[in-house]
Design a binder for this molecule. Structure first.
Ligand code: EPU
Length: 336
């Protein structure tokens, strides 16, 4: 393992922000991870796929890129399998591997950028499915003691784009592998969210397979979300805010078009994309950065923008949404 000095993080964050790290190491084994932590670095930044981070300044820390690899079936029963996946595996490549093996459960999560090890931190989700639905446990290394610990699903305390690793254990553990339970026959399909049903109808498919669902999700995502390989972005920049039903009713009288997802009788989730769109930001560009033209929830770097440019735009959006709707937008992306 080699520690490099003063290197650009541009290739390691999907926003494509060009900042430098004082130290950087790519980690290929648990032993390397322990060795590097034994050097007692003063500050650490753990990078997975760099798909949920906005870097606003040079990173005065040792940046670890977790590159642990490997996917294996660890148990099989009549209808399901458990697989163990190393943290550095690319998320979408894992989904493709599962589809190839005909293992069901992750197909709705096709094409989400990032790596397997960072997926539990924010309990990634899309099209009616969240990581927690097939998650069994994960193994994580305690940064202080360098000991490995297994976290069960309950211990991870998953919520909407949330887990214990974003809350009380923030910065204390590095996830090294994740165990998933997947179906190997009679897959339970989730087709009722968003445009999946319509997309399948367009293909003329009445009894879809998990592969068909993945194809539909990929097509929907490609039509709305920019590919980070061509346009820098971090997916949804904000979380969808949750408001009380009474507040929603007031907003509905003012904005009859307002969209919502019911969470319980008392609270609803409002799509942040709709709020930002209605506030007039969709498709706005400010030189080399802006708001994506097809999905207002996504902020984009067309090339050469700084993290501060994107951060200032996000603050401007938060102020406008607060002013117009009296709603606080919380960022989903981690800002550093
Ligand atoms: N909408 C607008 N204008 C926009 C964008 C959205 O009016 O510019 C409206 C849409 O018409 C739709 C509603 O808002 O009725 C919701 O939009 P969409 O279905 O595109 O999903 P979302 O709520 O914006 C969430 C996740 C996405 C995930 C999709 C699909 C969050 C913050 N985002 O987006 O996750 O892919 O649902 O399940 O929960 C991510 O986390 O990076 C991400 C992309």
């Amino acid at each position: 393992m080699i520690i490099k000095n003063n290197i650009t993080l541009k290739p390691f964050n999907t926003f494509g922000i060009d900042v430098k790290a004082t130290e950087f190491a790519s980690i290929n084994s648990i032993q390397e991870l322990r060795d590097v932590l034994n050097t007692n670095p003063t500050d650490l930044l753990i990078l997975g796929g760099g798909s949920n981070i906005l870097l606003t300044k040079d990173v005065e820390a040792l940046v670890l890129q977790i590159n642990l690899k490997g996917i294996s079936v660890i148990s099989r029963s009549e209808n399901s399998v458990q697989i163990e996946v190393a943290a550095g595996e690319n998320w979408h490549e894992l989904v493709c591997w599962c589809l190839n093996e005909n293992f069901g459960g992750l197909e709705n999560l096709s094409l989400i950028p990032g790596n397997v090890g960072t997926a539990p931190i924010q309990n990634i989700g899309a099209y009616g499915v969240e990581l927690k639905d097939s998650f069994v446990s994960c193994e994580a290394l305690n940064i202080k003691t360098k000991e490995l610990r297994t976290f069960t699903k309950e211990e991870c305390q998953f919520g909407y784009r949330n887990s214990i690793f974003k809350q009380e254990l923030k910065g204390q553990y590095i996830i090294t592998s994740v165990v998933f339970e997947l179906s190997n026959q009679e897959h339970s399909l989730k087709t009722n969210y968003g445009a999946i049903e319509t997309e399948l109808q367009n293909y003329g498919i009445k009894t879809p397979t998990i592969q068909d669902i993945s194809k539909a999700v990929i097509s929907i995502r490609n039509s709305k979300l920019p590919d980070p390989k061509t346009i820098g972005n971090s997916g949804s920049f904000f979380k969808n805010p949750v408001v009380t039903y009474s507040k929603f009713e007031i907003l509905q009288t003012l904005f009859p078009q307002i969209q919502h997802y019911k969470i319980s009788t008392d609270v609803v989730k409002i799509p942040a994309g709709w709020l930002i769109d209605t506030a007039g930001f969709k498709g706005k560009t400010f030189g080399n950065f802006g708001v994506h033209a097809k999905q207002a929830l996504v902020l984009v770097n067309y090339g050469g923008a700084s993290g501060m440019d994107i951060l200032n735009l996000s603050i401007q959006i938060q102020k406008a949404v607060k002013f117009i709707f009296d709603i606080d937008l919380e960022t989903e992306v981690n800002i550093l």
